[in-house]
Design a protein around this ligand. Structure first.
Ligand SMILES: Nc1ncnc2c1ncn2[C@@H]1O[C@H](COP(=O)(O)OP(=O)(O)O)[C@@H](O)[C@H]1O
Ligand SMILES: [Mg+2]
Length: 345
């Protein structure tokens, strides 16, 4: 795979506060990479530094074999020369410009001939499915449409890389879903390299070819959504990417049940020590009225449409189990349950 962006030993501090700590990563050509992590973990700092809007304290940034930043030689290519487009959460459209003029703007300031501008604006407004709205003003558009205008304006310069910082966070759930589908369609059709930052793990899984999970300014794990979901490297990742039940033998922060811990570790052949944490995905707990290795009580039933989640009280802990929605266990009743897969962390 060809590398589009290479970041080496990147550190950024704001006064005493280290926002990003010695991070190295590669972005491959044509991939949709999602950087995901809780608020404040350093995602925007990293993205803005790739665009040249922040100056790192340490490290190197290489875009398509060109060094664009080096802390050791104090070399920095200005943002407008990095061939990168950045779209933020607030779309930053010009309120007094029509859709056409907003999208045309980057070409106008570069004095591109009028005919070419017209042709390109039409091309990119069609791409984001807004060809019929070029005369409208931003306040006459929905949030999703405004975001698509911002996207067309970013793409019209044919950047090598598109950087997206929480671009869908202001949209309601249904629109967000539509825009996710649109984003992937546009990315694949242009064979674009996209780095998409979000705190929303389900959005990252939905969009990404590959994900980078960050926490406290550092990378926790890199992998495809499937790899990370099935084989998380730490309790943090297991809990952040999807839902899970964490079971510890001895822990201040995680509920402990030494007996269940020991039984699971033994039966699943997990080489556990005192500090190991076991992760059990809700769908790996099966419930039955008649058979099962353990017996618990249904505390709560949460109906999700295609699935149902049950909070099952077992000794001093509560486990989340997930079944298809044809199951029908009642709150307050006792059920047997078995655990099919456990990951030791
Ligand atoms: N301009 C700034 N001045 C001081 N601290 C900042 C600045 N920008 C970000 N930070 C701090 O750096 C850390 C990472 O911020 P940020 O990259 O915005 O996180 P994220 O995008 O993951 O929410 C946070 O602790 C934040 O408060
Ligand atoms: Mg941010």
């Amino acid at each position: 795979m060809l590398t589009q962006i290479e970041i080496k030993n990147f550190t950024k501090k704001y006064n005493e506060n280290t926002a990003v700590n010695s991070v190295s990563l590669s972005v491959y050509k044509g991939e949709f990479l999602a950087i995901v992590g809780p608020s404040g973990c350093g995602k925007s700092t990293l993205l803005r530094s790739i665009a040249g809007l922040e100056t790192p304290n340490e490290g190197e940034i290489i875009i398509e074999d060109n060094l664009v930043f080096s802390s050791s030689t104090k070399y920095s290519v200005p943002p407008e020369k990095r061939d990168i487009a950045l779209v933020f959460q607030n779309y930053a459209l010009w309120p007094h410009y029509s859709v056409f003029d907003n999208v045309a703007y980057p070409l106008k300031i570069r004095k591109v001939p009028k005919k070419e501008i017209r042709q390109k604006v039409h091309q990119f407004l069609s791409l984001v499915k807004l060809a019929d709205k070029e005369e409208r003003y931003p306040h006459e558009l929905s949030g999703g449409e405004q975001q698509r205008v911002a996207l067309a304006r970013a793409l019209i310069m044919s950047p090598k890389v598109l950087l997206l910082d929480e671009p869908l966070s202001n949209l309601d759930a249904k629109l967000r879903e539509q825009m996710q589908t649109e984003l992937v369609r546009i990315q694949k059709s242009l064979n674009l390299t996209v780095v998409h930052v979000t705190h929303d793990q389900s959005e990252a899984m939905e969009l990404a070819d590959r994900m980078i999970v960050m926490n406290h300014g550092e990378i926790s794990q890199v992998g495809t959504p499937k790899e990370i979901y099935n084989n998380p490297v730490s309790p943090f990742v297991a809990n952040f990417i999807g839902k899970t039940n964490l079971i510890a033998r001895k822990s201040k922060s995680i509920k402990t049940t030494p007996l269940l811990f020991d039984e699971l570790a033994t039966s699943m052949h997990i080489n556990a020590n005192e500090n190991t944490v076991l992760s059990v995905r809700p769908e790996d707990i099966s419930l039955s009225l008649k058979y099962g290795e353990y017996k618990g009580r249904i505390e709560r039933v949460i109906y999700h449409g295609s699935t149902t989640q049950y909070l099952v009280k077992y000794k001093n802990i509560e486990l989340i189990a997930q079944t298809k929605s044809d199951s029908n266990f009642n709150q307050g009743s006792y059920v047997y349950f078995s655990i099919g897969r456990v990951v030791g962390l």
